[in-house]
Design a protein around this ligand. Structure first.
Ligand SMILES: *Cc1c(COP(=O)(O)O)cnc(C)c1O
Length: 400
C-alpha cells in the first residue's frame, strides 16, 4: 500500500500552526552551539527556575508532599474540581487583597496553569468567537486558542508606557464576537508589573466591551521593583475575572504540575452565562492534578515562611539589576525599563550597530555559536528584532 492510500492525515491545525515555533526556535538556535566549545552553555531561554541550585523550593513544601504521600490517604482519584481542603486553602490564599472573600466553590484545581488556560479556553469556545491576546505574550494562549478554534486578535503592550495594555487599541480590535481578553501580570516576557490604576482601567474597558478578563498570575507576588503585585480579582465587581495561577513559579516547582482557576465575580455573571457549568464540564473531560500534591496544598500555602519568598525576591532583584546594568553597556541593546517582576525581560536589538547580522534570529544563532549563550529571538513572540532573556538564569550563572 502506498502512503496516499492510508486514510489518516495529520491534523492541519497542529501541522500548520506557526504558534508552536518557540520550541523549534530554541532548537534552531541551539543547533548553532559549537560542540568543541568547552564553556558551559548559558541557557537564558528557559523559564524553569528549578534547574538552578539557588532556586530550591521551601522545605515546608517538600515535607508537605512527603507527609501527604506517606499518609496513604491520597492514592485515589481526586474529585474533578479538586479536593476540598485544597480548594479551601486556595480560596484563602487567593483572597489576598480582594475586597471580598473567595469561597472554595470559586476555585478549581488544575494540572498547572497550563491546563487552567486550556480549561478556560474550552469553556469559552463558541462558533466565530475571538479572543484578545497581548503582544508580546505567552505563546500557549495562542496555540490553545488556535486548537480550540478561537480567532486570535493581538493587542499591543506599550513599551514606552512600561508595557501597559494599549486600551484604545483594544477597543478598536473588539467586536460583538469578542469573548475575553488576557492579561499576564507580572508580565511574561516583559517583566513589567501593572499598577492598581491600570488594572482598574482594564476592568472598565472589559466592562464597556462586555467581555471577561483572564488574568494570568503565574508570577503572582514575584515582584521586586516599585510596583507591588495587585490581583486583577480586585476589580471583579467591574468586570468578571478568571484568575489563572500555579505553584510552578513562586515555589519553583513546575514539575509538580499543580495550578488553579479562581472566579472573581461577586455579581454572579459567570453563573448567569453558563460559564461555571462549562468550566466544570471541561474539567470532567480533562485529567485531575495528582491527589497527594493537592493534599499538600494547605500546608504549602499556609506554612511557607516569608524567609523563603524574600530570598527568592532578593536574588531576582539582584539579577534584574545586574542584567539591566550590563545590557545598558552593550550599545546594540536597548532596555528602557528595569524589570519589576516575573523572570524575564525584553531588549530591543539595534541592527544598525552590528555587522553581518540579518535579524534577531541570526543574532541569537551567532551568539550561540560564538559565546554559547542562548537567547530567545523576539520574532517567535511576534516581536522582530527583540530578544527575550531570562533574568534569573543569567544571575545564577554569575553566582556559580
Ligand atoms: C509558566 C507559565 C504558565 C504555565 O505554568 P505551569 O503552572 O507550569 O503550567 C502559564 N502562564 C505563564 C505566563 C507562564 O509563564
Amino acid at each position: 500500500m502506498e502512503a496516499k492510500d492510508w486514510k489518516f492525515r495529520a491534523n492541519p491545525v497542529l501541522k500548520a500552526a506557526s504558534v508552536f515555533s518557540i520550541a523549534r526556535a530554541i532548537g534552531d538556535v541551539k543547533a548553532n552551539l559549537d560542540p568543541c566549545d568547552q564553556r558551559l552553555v548559558i541557557p537564558l531561554s528557559v523559564g524553569d527556575p528549578s534547574i538552578f541550585p539557588c532556586f530550591r523550593t521551601a522545605q515546608v513544601a517538600e515535607d508537605a508532599v512527603i507527609d501527604a504521600l506517606r499518609s496513604a490517604n491520597f492514592n485515589g482519584y481526586a474529585p474533578k474540581s479538586g479536593i476540598l481542603q485544597a480548594k479551601r486553602s486556595l480560596a484563602g490564599y487567593l483572597s489576598y487583597n480582594l475586597p471580598y472573600k473567595l469561597s472554595p466553590d470559586d476555585v478549581y484545581v488544575t494540572v498547572g496553569a497550563k491546563q487552567a488556560i486550556e480549561v478556560v479556553l474550552t469553556a469559552l469556545r463558541r462558533p466565530d468567537a475571538n479572543i484578545l491576546l497581548p503582544k508580546p505574550g505567552y505563546p500557549a494562549y495562542e496555540a490553545l486558542s488556535v486548537i480550540n478554534h478561537l480567532e486570535v486578535r493581538h493587542f499591543d503592550l506599550l513599551q514606552e508606557k512600561n508595557w501597559e495594555v494599549d486600551l484604545n487599541g483594544i477597543q478598536k480590535l473588539a467586536d460583538d464576537k469578542t469573548v475575553a481578553m488576557v492579561i499576564i501580570n507580572p508580565g511574561n516576557p516583559c517583566g513589567n508589573v501593572f499598577t492598581r490604576d491600570h488594572l482598574e482601567k482594564i476592568a472598565e474597558t472589559a466592562k464597556k466591551l462586555g467581555i471577561l478578563v483572564i488574568a494570568d498570575e503565574a508570577y503572582g507576588h514575584l515582584t521586586f521593583g516599585s510596583n507591588q503585585f495587585m490581583p486583577m480579582g480586585m476589580f471583579g465587581n467591574i468586570a468578571p475575572v478568571l484568575t489563572i495561577g500555579s505553584l510552578s513559579k513562586r515555589w519553583m516547582v513546575p514539575g509538580w504540575r499543580i495550578g488553579w482557576i479562581a472566579r472573581s465575580d461577586p455579581d454572579g455573571i459567570f453563573e448567569e452565562q453558563g460559564i461555571v457549568e462549562c468550566i466544570k464540564r471541561s474539567l470532567i473531560v480533562n485529567t485531575e492534578a495528582a491527589t497527594f500534591i493537592q493534599a499538600a496544598l494547605p500546608q504549602i500555602l499556609e506554612n511557607t515562611t516569608e524567609d523563603f519568598f524574600l530570598k527568592t525576591i532578593n536574588i531576582l532583584r539582584k539579577d534584574a539589576d545586574m542584567c539591566y546594568e550590563w545590557l545598558k553597556e552593550i550599545p546594540c541593546f536597548t532596555c528602557l525599563q528595569k524589570p519589576q517582576g516575573s523572570l524575564f525581560l525584553m531588549v530591543k536589538l539595534d541592527l544598525s550597530r552590528l555587522q553581518d547580522i540579518n535579524d534577531d534570529f541570526d543574532f541569537c544563532s551567532k551568539l550561540a555559536k560564538e559565546e554559547s549563550v542562548i537567547l530567545l529571538p523576539g520574532s517567535v513572540l511576534r516581536m522582530k528584532n527583540w530578544e527575550a532573556n531570562g533574568v534569573t538564569e543569567l544571575i545564577t550563572y554569575v553566582m556559580d
